[in-house]
Structure formats: structure tokens, C-alpha cells
Design a binder for this molecule. Sequence first.
Ligand code: NCD
Length: 335
Amino acid sequence: MMIFQGSHILSVSQFDRQAIATILATSALMAPYASRKKRCCVLDGAILSNLFFEPSTRTRVSFGTAFNLLGGYVRETVGEENSSLSKGESLYDTAQVISGYSDVIAMRHPKMHSVTEFATGSSVPVINGGDGANEHPTQALLDLFTIQSEMMQFGKSLDNLNIVLMGDLKHGRTVHSLSKLLSLYNNIKITMVAPDALQMPDSVISTLTNAGHEVVLTDTMAGNLSSDVIYQTRIQQERFASKDEAELYRGHFSLNRDIYQKYCRENTVIMHPLPRDSRPEANELDTDLNDLDNLAIFRQAQNGVLVRMALFALTLGVEDQLSQYEKPVNWYTNK
Ligand code: NCD
């Protein structure tokens, strides 16, 4: 059984189904706090250091919000140029110092495996908020939470699902982590829709096929989008050698209402880790899908708060104390 208290969260590979079930169940307990029905101050006095050395909106703000919603304080460092990493300090030294100032650390960095390297110098739990093109474990957990809650309305669970992943599967860390998590469930069919040059790395495909799942690789949308969930992604321009190279692939797999109606099922749920690139030349997820009930992208982003609250409660060992630290909400809220 996985012990969460004091553990780093670096890769989805550290979880089994039971650990994931614990995280998803703990996330569900956070809903009343996130929706301002009640407050919870179980982390009153605790400090999160949020270190974001790569652009981020949702991940950074939802880590901070999640910690605040449990009563804790957040100190933020944004941009490598604003930290001593730009003076040549090692990740190890930065970790030694920052962990001395905090109770838990969330970190994003452009280099693969950098967060694991950082964690070797940290005396407090470190949570990976994305390390280059490698992994994004908290996103994958919130994606799984979203799939579970969206499928519930159709009487389905996380087993026996048919899922399409589309776009830049080579560089997209969210789809790497999500595929590995899905491999733990039963009888999954995953269709990977991407240009050949941006297909899913072999190591991720073999994790799925070794677990007995059906994997289809294709560069065509027609005939391949009939699924329970379609998970669209952005061309990860920042991971290409040049902007021109990224340009070669932009706009190829745009999902809009027309394509959705032609190739998806009536109930296919649309997900995207966001941000969607809404510039006309990309437009991977058209705004003409905005009023579709099956567009889950903003519910998905909202779920990030619940899952990150759960990870803080579990790694800091307070998941059984939530109800003892409740308070009323005094302000106006329409959530
Ligand atoms: C993703 C990321 O940073 O990997 N965003 C996120 O965290 N929700 C996806 C992306 O940037 O395309």
C-alpha cells in the first residue's frame, strides 16, 4: 500500500489502482470546500512554495488555490530569470534552501526529470507540476477524475473505455502521464491520432500494449473518432527546434462542431488539458463547440483544484482531519 504522507509525487508510475482510488475519493471530499459550502482550515500555518520555471496559468493558480482552500499560505516564484537558478545555482541547492522555508513544494521546470533531481535535495514533499516533455502527474490524475465523473452519467466506470488522444502526442506530457494511468484499468482501447512525426513515444505505447490494451495509431480523423472520450491537445511549440517546424503541424487536427457531428458519437465527451490555442492558424478546439454539454474542458480545469487539494491533504497527512477544521463561509457566493 502506498504511503502518501511525506512522499514526493513525481511520476504516475508510482501509483497502483488502489493509490489512485484513494486520491480520487479524497478529491471528491474536497467538493464542499471548493464550492464554498464550507471552509476548511486544516493546513492553517502551513506554507506551500510554488516554483514555476515555465509558463503556467491553471496548474500554478490551482495549486495555490487548493492550498489556500485548506487554510495554508502560498509563496510563489515565477520564471527562472527571477530565481537564483539563473545565477548558476543547482536544483539540489535550491531545493535544500526552499524546502527549509516550506512544508511542501510544487514545481514546474522545462527540463525532463528536473523535478526528480530537485526532489533529491528537498526535505519536504515535492509535487511535479510538469517536467518538460516528460510527465504531468497531477494533470493526469485530474483527467482521470474527470473521465470518471463524466462517464458516471452514462453508467460507465474507468474500465472498458474507448479513448481518443489527438494532436502533439510526442511532446505532450499530459497524454504521456494519462496513458500510463489508463494502462492500470481493464480493457481500454486507445486511438492515437497524430501526424507520424508527433506520435506517442514507443515507451508509452508499450506500457499500454504490455498491459493487454488495444492501441490504434493513425494520422486520420475520419473513421477514428467514435469514442467515449476525445482528448485534444495543443501543438507544443516550445518543445520544437524552431517555430517554423511547429508551424508544419499546426491546424491539422482541428476539432469543430462539423467534425464532431461527422465522426464522434452522440455522447463523446471532449477534453483538453488547456490552454487551447485559439489563434486562427491553430484553433485545435473550435469555439463553435462551446455550448455543447459534452464539452468537459472547464469542468476538467475546475477538477484540478479538488485533486490538488487531495494531494496536499494526503502528502501532509491530514486527510482524516478535514471535518474537524471546518468553518462557515461568511461572504456572498454564487458557486
Ligand atoms: C498542459 C501542460 O502544461 O503540459 N497544460 C496544463 O498544465 N493544463 C498542456 C499544454 O500546455 O498544452
